[in-house]
Each structure stands twice: as structure tokens, then as C-alpha cells.
Design a binder for this molecule. Structure first.
Ligand code: NAG
Ligand code: NAG
Ligand code: NAG
Ligand code: NAG
Ligand code: NAG
Length: 319
């Protein structure tokens, strides 16, 4: 308990330090966004006043890449838990690895008991799930090495950098929402760095024949609940709930397919485009526990249980 209490104080302190850094600048380089979001309000702030809570309205999609390419992109010390993703995706193509695209709008983030609210922001990046950060052969972690984050939100920029994430301040289309709907009925989202030529563009249309959607919602729930790390100094435990009214009924997740075009890390600097990408648009409330000791997340429910254990080194680790 004293340990958890000090972690709480640490992350609250971190947020306060970031806030005062923001205020002490006197002026912010970028004017705050002046538009309202369509996102539903955060339903968890009242239930978990002593935790950071918020809403993530997101496009989540999978880009299958060859395992040997994944092995080159992911730092060599982190094994790839192929058995863990095959347990969820038995028909995933041989010798391939699922990269997650996460293009999201963070909305109504609060730390209610401290009276802290954080301006909305957008963020996007490639994320690499099912990684054996601890070398135990079963606990799945997600490597999120780089993000484009709304330049208007210093707290989000610094909060992500504190994980060792390569963060680029960016501007977004649309400015205050998870995506905009085009005349064609497709949705559009684009983040563009203000400091480099980096960009990340996502255009998706609803899948009308769900039978063609290769990825169950359970996969996205599983991946987005894996603890995240960047340089592995600390881990982020974001608990995303898929069973609230925000994710059911009229707000039920929508299966989508489309294209992703980007030139961000860890793929090369030349823009690449992937077509025929499948995913889902879903909004989930979350509770976030920041800057945790990664080791304490071993065997955590979101990471997979010892039942997924490997008895020997996996072949994918040897690629
Ligand atoms: C809320 O924060 C406390 C203190 O950091 C932590 O012990 C607790 O697990 C968090 N609650 C949830 C639901 O994650
Ligand atoms: C998510 O964002 C889209 C686009 O702005 C919006 O239409 C939808 O209502 C949002 N979903 C929720 C549950 O907030
Ligand atoms: C990870 O990043 C944080 C924040 O920049 C930094 O304090 C820490 O020293 C880095 N750790 C490693 C192992 O690079
Ligand atoms: C909703 O899901 C969370 C974890 O994903 C679980 O802890 C909680 O019990 C669930 N609530 C209901 C009402 O099923
Ligand atoms: C995620 O999937 C693994 C199997 O790969 C399973 O062991 C684990 O319990 C799942 N976690 C959640 C939160 O569904």
C-alpha cells in the first residue's frame, strides 16, 4: 500500500510539475484549439476520483508485417510472443506479425480528486503488441516508441516524453475529434508534425459485410489493455473498458477498412502506404496508472497468464 500511495503521488506530482511548467512559460507557442468535440463525457471521473481517467475515441487497425521485418524494427532484447497473438487470431497469416495503428482523440481527461483536467488532444503512432518485455515468455507488453501529439497540449507532450517516447508536436485534421466524415462516407484523420515532415494519415470506410472483418473486437481489447512502454524505464497501465454504454448500443464499435499512409518511426523516413487495412472505430473510457515499474505488471490479467508460457525460446525470437 505505501508503495502504491507513493506512485499515486508521483504521477500526480508529475502532472502538477508539467502544469506549472506550462503556466510558467507565460505564453504558449500555439493557441489552444477553439472547437468542441463530439466525444461523450468521461463517465469514470466520478467513480475513480483518485485516478487519472478519460475517454479515448479511436481508430484501431492492424497492419500485418513479415515477422522478420518486425524482428528488425523491434529492439532485439524483446521477444515476440507469437503464440499469444495466435491464441487470439488462429487464422493470422503464417510468418506475419500484427502492428497496431492507433489514431485517437483523448477527451475529458481528469484527475478529479485533485481538480485537474487536461485539454483534449489527438495522438497517433505505430504500436507493437505481444512483446516479452520481462523475458518471462508469457506477459505481453506493447512498445509504442513514437507519437505525433497535438502541439497545443504540453502536458500530453511531456507526459509521453517522460516514458522515453519520441514525441513530435503535431497539428490534426480534424482539430477536435477522432475523425471526420467525408462526403464519400469514409472517415479521415491526419496528424502532421510541426517540427519535421512526419505525418500519419488514416482513411477508413465501414465494412458492410462483417464476415470479411478478420479481427474480433476481443483482439483490440486485448492489445489496448497491454501495458505500454517506450524505452522501458517505466510502463503505462491503461485500463480500457469495452463494456460501458459508450461502447454498446448506438455507440457500438464499427468495423472499418481502408488505408494508412505514414512516414513515422520505426518505419523508414520515406512515406509508406498500406491499403486493405482492417480495424475498428471504438470509443472507450479509461483509467490510467502512469509511470509504473514494468516488473510489477508481470502476469497482470491484461498481459496473458502463465498458461501462455513458452517452454523454450520461440522460433520468432531467433529470426
Ligand atoms: C487508482 O490509483 C491507485 C493508486 O495509484 C491504484 O492503486 C489503483 O489500482 C488505481 N485504480 C485502478 C482501477 O486502476
Ligand atoms: C467518436 O468520434 C466520432 C467522430 O467525431 C463521433 O461521431 C462519435 O460520436 C464519437 N463516439 C463517442 C462514443 O464519443
Ligand atoms: C528513458 O526516457 C526517460 C525520459 O526521457 C529518461 O529519463 C530515461 O533515462 C530513459 N531511459 C533509458 C534507459 O534510456
Ligand atoms: C467491465 O470490464 C472490466 C474489465 O474489462 C471488468 O473489470 C468489469 O467487471 C466489467 N463490468 C461489467 C459490468 O461487466
Ligand atoms: C489477452 O490474450 C491472452 C492470450 O494471448 C490471454 O491470456 C489474456 O488473458 C488476454 N487478456 C485480456 C485482458 O483479455
Amino acid at each position: 500500500m505505501p508503495f502504491q500511495l507513493s506512485l499515486l503521488h508521483l504521477s500526480a506530482l508529475a502532472i502538477l510539475v508539467f502544469s506549472s511548467a506550462l503556466f510558467s512559460q507565460g505564453k504558449s507557442a500555439v493557441a489552444p484549439a477553439v472547437c468542441a468535440s463530439h466525444d461523450l463525457p468521461n463517465p469514470l471521473a466520478e467513480l475513480f476520483p483518485n485516478n487519472a481517467t478519460g475517454v479515448l475515441n479511436a481508430t484501431l487497425a492492424i497492419i500485418p508485417i513479415p515477422l522478420d521485418m518486425a524482428r528488425r524494427l523491434i529492439p532485439p532484447q524483446y521477444g515476440i510472443l507469437e503464440r499469444a497473438y495466435r491464441a487470439l487470431l488462429p487464422d493470422f497469416p503464417e510468418a506475419m506479425y500484427p502492428v497496431l495503428v492507433q489514431a485517437a482523440h483523448d477527451h475529458d481527461v481528469q484527475f478529479r480528486a485533485y481538480g485537474i483536467t487536461i485539454d483534449d488532444f489527438s495522438r497517433v503512432g505505430f504500436e507493437f503488441p505481444f512483446l516479452d518485455l520481462l523475458g518471462d515468455g508469457y506477459s505481453s507488453f506493447r512498445w509504442a516508441p513514437a507519437q505525433l501529439i497535438s502541439a497545443t497540449n504540453s502536458i500530453a507532450l511531456e507526459g509521453s516524453r517522460a516514458y522515453g517516447t519520441v514525441v513530435s508536436p503535431a497539428e490534426y485534421e480534424p482539430l477536435c475529434d477522432a475523425y471526420q466524415v467525408l462526403a464519400s462516407g469514409a472517415t479521415y484523420f491526419k496528424g502532421s508534425s510541426l517540427e519535421s515532415s512526419e505525418f500519419f494519415e488514416v482513411e477508413m470506410a465501414p465494412v458492410h459485410h462483417p464476415v470479411f472483418n478478420p479481427y474480433p473486437l476481443e483482439l483490440f481489447k486485448n492489445i489496448t489493455n497491454q501495458p505500454t512502454f517506450a524505452n522501458a524505464t517505466t510502463c503505462d497501465n491503461m485500463i480500457r473498458l469495452f463494456n460501458t454504454s459508450m461502447t454498446t448500443g448506438e455507440h457500438a464499435p464499427v468495423a472499418v477498412h481502408g488505408r494508412v499512409k505514414a512516414n513515422t518511426f520505426p518505419f523508414g523516413k520515406a512515406a509508406r502506404e498500406w491499403t486493405g487495412v482492417y480495424g475498428v472505430q471504438v470509443a472507450t473510457p479509461f483509467i490510467e496508472n502512469n509511470y509504473l515499474d514494468c516488473q510489477t505488471m508481470q502476469g497482470y490479467a491484461g498481459t496473458g497468464g502463465p498458461g501462455d508460457s513458452y517452454t523454450s525460446t520461440t522460433t520468432s525470437d531467433d529470426l
